[in-house]
Write a protein that binds this ligand. Structure first.
Ligand code: SAH
Length: 280
């Protein structure tokens, strides 16, 4: 870690570091996350953490997948928290590694509360959330002065696995110029329908970024009216981020990754470069 090492904290035994691993690309890890990987005794990770990142643990550290233990297919959140507490109380340095950011749709809050209750000391290391990393990779700014001064992060999946009902979809449709959906592929049709019912135009641009920042990244540009059918037809797989709003039009001029791959240069003024489609 070179010169940085001196300013980074020592991982004390009995602590849990609740850490964001970013969206996939190991280059998007923070120095704090890397520092944790290099000192942890045990790494407890979720399904969405990239294997390349898990390969960065210190030799001899134990790597555990939180999704399965003792043949049980899907442990309850309480079981995972309990396991973190057990490890910490056994005097281990516990790195709890989560995709993206631990406090954004990552249940990091629940785990942190359980640690507090058990008297286990912890640190939270933020990560680049998939919504931020995925959109950056697709060449879509989250905000742009001409299109939106607010952005909404939404999960398409509630605790029960259904489209969240504790949201005012009408208000979202009318008040959120840019919406970034997590966990939304399964219920995309219903979500799109709720936004359309709330007054969003069917031709509003939508981008779906699947497996963002990994080698397998795919970006589908579509519209609110057609997105569910086109995602099905294209066989887009989770995990995916769905961006809804005029910001998606900026991709026409800012798809830096596509330009890099195809060896072409980007053209200026993306909002006005598309025939017949001027941003309001
Ligand atoms: N805490 C995570 C989100 C966990 S919820 C974060 O901050 O990113 C899981 C959802 O995250 C997935 O359903 C998907 O919507 C999104 N996601 C995670 N990794 C992704 C990736 N590499 N590409 C696209 N979406 C991803």
């Amino acid at each position: 870690m070179g010169d940085h090492a001196t300013s980074l904290p020592r991982f004390e035994p009995g602590w849990v570091w609740l850490t964001g691993a970013g969206p996939g690309d190991p280059g998007l890890l923070t120095l704090h996350a890397l520092n944790g990987l290099e000192q942890a005794d045990v790494v407890v990770h979720d399904a969405l953490v990239d294997p390349e990142i898990l390969a960065m643990v210190r030799p001899g550290a134990v790597v555990e997948y939180a999704g399965k233990r003792g043949g049980k297919p899907s442990p309850k959140q309480a079981d995972i928290s309990f396991r973190l507490i057990q490890h910490a109380k056994a005097g281990l340095r516990v790195l709890r590694l989560k995709g993206g950011d631990p406090f954004l749709f990552g249940r990091g809050g629940e785990e942190a509360l359980a640690l507090v209750e058990a008297g286990v000391p912890f640190r939270v290391i933020p990560g680049i959330s998939a919504g931020l990393g995925g959109l950056a990779q697709a060449g879509i700014p989250l905000t742009h002065r001409e299109t939106n001064s607010a952005v909404t992060f939404l999960t398409g999946h509630s605790v029960t696995g259904e489209v969240p009902d504790n949201l005012n979809w009408q208000a979202l449709a009318q008040g959120s110029p840019a919406i970034v959906l997590y966990m939304a592929l399964k219920h995309l049709e219903e979500i799109a329908n709720r936004l359309l019912a709330g007054g969003r135009p069917a031709d509003e641009p939508v981008a779906v970024v699947s497996k963002a920042t990994t080698e397998a990244q795919q970006v589908l540009e579509t519209s609110l009216g057609r997105c569910a059918a086109e995602v099905r037809a294209a066989g887009i797989e989770p995990p995916a981020i769905v961006a809804i709003g005029e910001i998606v039009r900026l991709r026409a001029g800012l798809d830096w990754l596509g330009a890099l791959a195809e060896g072409r240069s980007l053209s200026a003024d993306p909002l006005n470069s598309r025939q017949g489609r001027q941003a309001g």
